[in-house]
Design a protein around this ligand. Sequence first.
Ligand code: PLP
Length: 394
Amino acid sequence: MTNKENKIYLDYAASTPVDRQVFEAMKPYFSKKFGNPGSLHQFGQEAVKGTDLAREKVASAINADFREVIFTGSATESDNMAVRGAIKKALREESFEDQPRIIVSEIEHEAILETARDVEQRGVDVVYAPVDEDGFVDPEFIKKHLTESTVLVSIMYANNEVGTIQPIQEIAEIINEFRDDSIYPIFHTDAVQALQFLDCDVEKLGVDMMTFSGHKIYGPKGVGVLYINRDKFSPNENPLDPFITGGGQEFGLRSGTENTPLIAGFGKAVELIEENKDKEKERIKDLKNKLLSNIKESISDVEVNGSGDQLPNILNLYFPGLSSEDLLIKLDMAGVAVSSGAACGARAAKQSHVLKAIGMSSKRIDSSLRFSFGRPTTKEDIENASKIIKDVIK
Ligand code: PLP
């Protein structure tokens, strides 16, 4: 997107602008349809209609049931809910006597990794699944580490820094085979970066829980979803124990008055993705390939970080001998916004744990940048950005 000041935004993996149609869908719920969805009168019913419609749209996009879609305050909250909620429930069960185990990959978003570290300090046995040099988890590693006391396996669908797409179906099959009659281990995947481009049919994938975020899909910030498979659990039992308790909203799993405008926006954003998923995927892939070939033409020693099955919108590049921090600032001043990794890591000036996990040296990590493309990105943006990158580096 080239905005008024001619800036080119190439950081859509960090956040996307709210689509105009999404914005329009949200508007009535701020004012006219302001009722509390918990109220029985018509104002309340109007608000419920909005959240119901959004829930239906999300459920239909991922082939789930209405009651399996839980709206939360962010993907971070959904990830927390999956990890903490599953452990909380298991610990309450009499049959669960051992120290609970969870398995997460080393390249998860901090929303999972920090939560895993936190529960680890409270006595949970956490296994961190490594990735190979391309950025893939080995399903056999997970198979080897499944035990009777494994409550949860959480492996992200697509990585937010290098874009690698994990073999979710294969991991689900391994877990399904292992668990026999038990509900454990529950299989969760963070699909925040995947929803835009990949098939998120929960039945096909075989996952039990799945996380999404509004602001990565041209929806608003501050709203997320946790999909929860209810087939596995008896109809009146919640598959997780809630960690936000109160009025019992969201089927008792996430109390607090529903944020109707944001939820309506989420529903609309999902609907818009579904209308154009495959075409947009191809368009974005072409833009990514074009930027890569343009950069390689002028800077021949550039290398791509991560390879194989990757998202079309993320390009992580190593610029030998250059400082990514320096480059990022110079590019920003020249009007191109990119990132050196996840937005949360950037503020904390932390080195990317993802690049580290794929075996990269500190030097290489300090010379790597992430470019990510989105719906507003045009061919012209790519050509202009390529020229600016070339000028800044020479
Ligand atoms: N998971 C992944 C893979 C992400 O990329 C992000 C956002 O950066 C999150 C979780 C957190 O999303 P939210 O900002 O909605 O908490």
